[in-house]
Design a protein around this ligand. Structure first.
Ligand code: IMP
Ligand code: MG
Length: 200
């Protein structure tokens, strides 16, 4: 019995996913962004703030492509249903552990969609007295923008499709994919976020 190999249903080749950006393409783009950030922030000891949960893989790869001294922190914010999102109000679930007054902040986010979450967060961080606040985002779903958010370091512009993988989830699933894929055949996916999603 022990000799018969278990059949693994690999999530990585799930037929409900259409590959959009390969893991290799992501790594190549991150190397470019890292070099750019290393140049721009030389001598400034930037503090990278990762937005949990979605940005944790991007942050971990991006920081290893930046060769100057830096610090990292995490912040967790809630994503609500359509009503709350339209108001642009966001609840902080886990705040920073340090003061950021006088620091050069680089917010690291997985995707900018409507821009509501990020415009709130960037304003919030500026109000804490940061010396500068910039944004690195892996993905830009630009067609859905409601609030203008300047993305200083962008990985890829993508079409208006619900994507998962490389940290991005649908109802907490698919974060472990090493690539970005479009989630097909999901009614919820057409509507955007799961309404009860509690961690961006
Ligand atoms: P925004 O306030 O609409 O820009 O919301 C951005 C947040 O929504 C991101 O940080 C993600 O957590 C989530 N999100 C938006 N689009 C997608 C997607 O296609 N896949 C997974 N999460 C998404
Ligand atoms: Mg996010």
């Amino acid at each position: 019995m022990a000799t018969s190999p278990a059949r693994i249903m690999s999530e990585f080749s799930n037929p409900n996913l259409e590959p959009l950006i390969t893991g290799e393409a992501i790594q190549a783009r991150i190397r470019e962004l890292g070099a750019e950030i290393s140049r721009d922030y030389a001598g400034r000891n930037p503090l990278l703030i990762g937005v949990l949960k979605g940005a944790f893989i991007f942050l971990s790869d991006l920081m290893r492509a930046i060769e100057i001294p830096l610090g990292i922190e995490f912040i967790a914010i809630s994503s609500y249903g359509a009503e709350m999102r339209t108001s642009g109000e966001v609840r902080i679930l886990k705040d920073l552990d340090v003061a950021i007054e006088g620091r050069h902040i680089l917010v690291v986010e997985d995707i900018v969609d409507t821009g509501l979450t990020l415009s709130y967060l960037l304003a919030n961080l500026k109000s804490r007295g940061a010396e500068s606040v910039k944004l690195a985002a892996l993905l830009d779903k630009f067609e859905r923008r409601e609030k203008d958010v300047p993305i200083d370091y962008l990985g890829f512009k993508i079409p208006d499709k619900f994507v998962v993988g490389y940290g991005l989830d649908f109802a907490e699933r698919y974060r472990n994919l090493p690539y970005i894929g479009i989630l097909k055949n999901s009614e919820e996916a057409q509507m955007g976020l799961p309404m009860n999603s509690s961690s961006a």
